[in-house]
Write a protein that binds this ligand. Structure first.
Ligand SMILES: Cc1cc2nc3c(=O)[nH]c(=O)nc-3n(C[C@H](O)[C@H](O)[C@H](O)COP(=O)(O)O)c2cc1C
Length: 183
């Protein structure tokens, strides 16, 4: 696919199902992720791939988090428990903060965000779809601990990945003049 066409036509997917990318395809996707801009090459981005039985483990982590609220309803517990099954594959975006005199935490997180965009574009080029989700399950110390992450590590989101099973969203027709000014 033409590189510009790939960028201009990327959309997030509402409904995702199999097939999901193969190991060989994901190796390329992670290579694309690791070409994200990264001040001082600190390499603070990493990725946890979740599929098959991993989805069951993530479901348990989400369920345990929901149950931490003693007043939680059965519906909410069910919602959190089912969340991982909205796609056949999830990539959890992790940033592991490193102390550096010139690179503050925000720049390190921005680098992981650009890695996420590289992942989404690489997947789009391979005709897969995804959506970046956060909600209460990201930036969440309890979920992070249950995934064996350490205090300096943070979940910036979840990329739900697969093949679009619904109708592809229409690309909004935005006027660039509303967003760009010239000095
Ligand atoms: C950091 C971040 C977090 C997001 N979290 C959610 C979320 O929790 N739930 C959701 O439905 N969309 C979330 N979105 C928005 C979708 O990923 C998507 O960008 C949005 O639906 C617009 O669709 P588009 O990417 O096709 O323009 C998030 C986006 C970003 C950048």
């Amino acid at each position: 696919m033409d590189a510009l066409e790939n960028i201009l036509n990327r959309v997030s997917a509402r409904a995702l199902s199999d097939p999901h990318p193969s190991k060989e395809e994901m190796d390329i996707v992670y290579k694309a992720a690791l070409r994200a801009p990264d001040h001082a090459w600190l390499r603070t981005s990493s990725f946890i791939e979740v599929k098959n039985k991993g989805l069951d483990k993530l479901s348990k982590v989400f369920e345990d988090f929901a149950k931490e609220d003693k007043n939680v309803s059965a519906d909410i517990i069910e919602k959190y428990k089912n969340a991982p099954y909205r796609a056949p594959m999830i990539v959890i975006l992790v940033n592991s903060y490193k102390e550096h005199p010139k690179v503050p935490a925000i720049e390190q997180k921005l680098s992981t965000a650009t890695a996420a965009q590289n992942i989404m574009l690489a997947l789009n080029a391979m005709k897969y779809s995804c959506i970046w989700r956060t909600g209460k399950l990201a930036f969440n110390k309890s979920v992070q601990a249950n995934l064996n992450l350490e205090d300096h590590q943070e979940i910036l989101g979840y990329l739900y990945i697969g093949t679009e099973s619904g109708e592809k969203k229409k690309i909004p027709n935005l006027d660039i003049d509303d967003f760009v000014s010239y000095l």
